[in-house]
Design a protein around this ligand. Structure first.
Ligand code: F6P
Length: 470
């Protein structure tokens, strides 16, 4: 029997509340189906060298966590991962702050991940590495002699070579990706961008007509695997949560007003400042809505030690304060802006209660909240999704109201259109989107990626074929 080994920066331990983001939901759902091992950073830093992994077993899944040295973690996570790769991959190259020190820490943490994972590996493992924190891990494992099939999935966008080239070590990053047997992306656009990088580095002939990549005697499968959700689980969660105290208290507090809702990690890529401006413009241009709409934005704090995140937090507090100061009444607050998190089921209950779901990132790999909003709706009286056409989910959720998140006027018009959409049209759009969600659900994502991985034959000399980068 093969065993699935998932590796990600952060792992979601069963005793703690789920880490936010689609990655944790996706990996957990894959591992719950197949059993296996989830290896990653446990969320703690230490002063000394990292020790052996801590192991916990629950429901057929082994969770193996390591600690990282505080100073190194800062440079690897806050620095290289989230102050270099994150802005660059989301096309915010101006926000990128590159330093060699950060890059070295990133390389070193990937080396530590490989060393600590190695003793836990078994001969028939399939190794599936997740996200931008761990791009060099495949090469590091190959250097330690690991021959098993190895796949990498990027949860965030992949930039076109013209953007990627801004990174001083872009060539090493591309080479590292070719250490894997399967490289997965969220959308065709991301795959095309990857191909643009491969052609730039290895020549146009490296990308075969079937989209696979040939470098020396190695063939790499680079494909699109759009991540999905567990549709039935979200439907049930949302339905059950709608009768809970916490959801009832929220809906009672609306006093019959229509609810617009957004749920996003507090991140500048989520387009919240632009969304707040659009809401303000909506109230200005459609004053008949004053006192009749409540917009709840849930935005749990994230990456608080990165400067750009502190800045966006301040900008949002000001924007929410401005709108409330201008439009609020003694018995009405136009925006309720919360930095706290809620259990997943409660969020699904909130989304079900919303007439309008706002998902307007400036750039997003996929955005599972968009998919969850659709699945959480009552099919007999569904709410309307306003979705950024710069989110990966827009490729599949074409029956949402697609907007350009930078177009404040366009988004404010979409808010009005969503609130006045007839029931028949809402039902039709919802049914269309549910079909897509069911077809590309989380089980299909896992199955397709694992099949691709199983079909690869690990050649003897990967490291030799692609060259080792120190
Ligand atoms: O989806 C992108 C991602 O960085 C995931 O890797 C991660 O699980 C999620 O967002 C939350 O990010 P962080 O671990 O930095 O809080």
């Amino acid at each position: 029997m093969t065993r699935l080994v998932c590796v990600s920066n952060r792992i979601s331990l069963p005793r703690k509340s789920a880490a936010p983001g689609g990655l944790a939901v996706g990996i957990l759902s894959a591992l719950k189906r197949t059993g296996g091992l989830w290896f990653g950073w446990g969320g703690e830093t230490s002063e000394g060298e990292p020790g052996d992994p801590d192991l916990h077993i629950r429901d057929g899944v082994t969770y193996a966590t390591i600690e990282l040295r505080k100073a190194e973690f800062e440079l690897y996570y806050n620095g290289y991962s989230n102050d270099v790769l994150w802005p660059l991959f989301h096309y915010f190259s101006k926000g990128m702050r590159y330093s060699n020190e950060q890059r070295e820490a990133y390389e070193n943490v990937n080396r530590i991940f490989a060393q600590k994972l190695l003793p836990l590996l078994q001969p028939r493992d399939l190794i599936w590495v997740h996200d931008y924190h761990l791009i060099p891990l495949g090469r590091r494992l190959r250097e330690l002699g690991v021959q098993r099939p190895m796949g990498f999935f990027l949860h965030i966008p992949f930039p076109n070579i013209e953007m990627l080239r801004v990174l001083p070590c872009y060539a090493e990053l591309l080479r590292d990706l070719t250490s894997y047997d399967v490289v997965g992306f969220q959308t065709q656009n991301d795959l095309r961008s990857f191909h643009s990088g491969i052609e730039h580095l290895f020549g146009a002939e490296a990308v075969r007509p079937d989209g696979r990549i040939r470098i020396g005697d190695r063939v790499i499968r680079a494909e699109v695997f759009p991540i999905g959700i567990d549709v039935a689980a979200v439907e049930n969660e949302a339905l059950e949560a709608s009768t809970t105290d916490v959801v009832r208290r929220m809906t009672d507090s609306l006093m019959g007003r229509s609810l617009m809702m957004g749920v996003d990690r507090l991140d500048y890529s989520k387009g919240l400042v632009e969304r707040f401006s659009a809401y303000q413009q909506f109230l200005e241009t459609h004053p008949e809505n004053l006192g009749r709409i409540t917009y709840i934005q849930i935005a749990p704090l994230s990456r608080t030690d990165v400067r750009a995140y502190a800045e966006i937090r301040q900008a949002l507090e000001q924007a929410a304060g401005r709108t409330n100061g201008r439009f609020a009444d003694t018995d009405w607050t136009p925006i309720r802006y919360l930095n706290r998190n809620f259990p997943h089921a409660t969020l699904m209950g909130f989304l079900r209660a919303a007439k309008v779901g706002l998902v307007t990132p400036l750039r997003d790999g996929m955005n599972l909240v968009a998919k969850e909003f659709v699945a959480a709706q009552d099919p007999a009286d569904p709410g309307v999704l306003i979705l950024s056409n710069l989110a990966g989910a827009a490729r599949e959720l074409a029956s949402s109201l697609l907007v350009n998140p930078y177009d404040v006027r366009g988004v404010s018009h979409a808010m009005q259109a969503a609130l006045s959409m007839p029931l028949s049209e809402r039902r039709e759009r919802h049914a269309d989107m549910m079909k897509v969600l069911r077809r590309n659900d989380i089980a299909a994502w896992t199955r397709r990626f694992m099949e691709a991985l199983e079909q690869t034959q690990a050649p003897e000399s990967r490291v030799r074929a692609i060259g080792s980068i120190k």
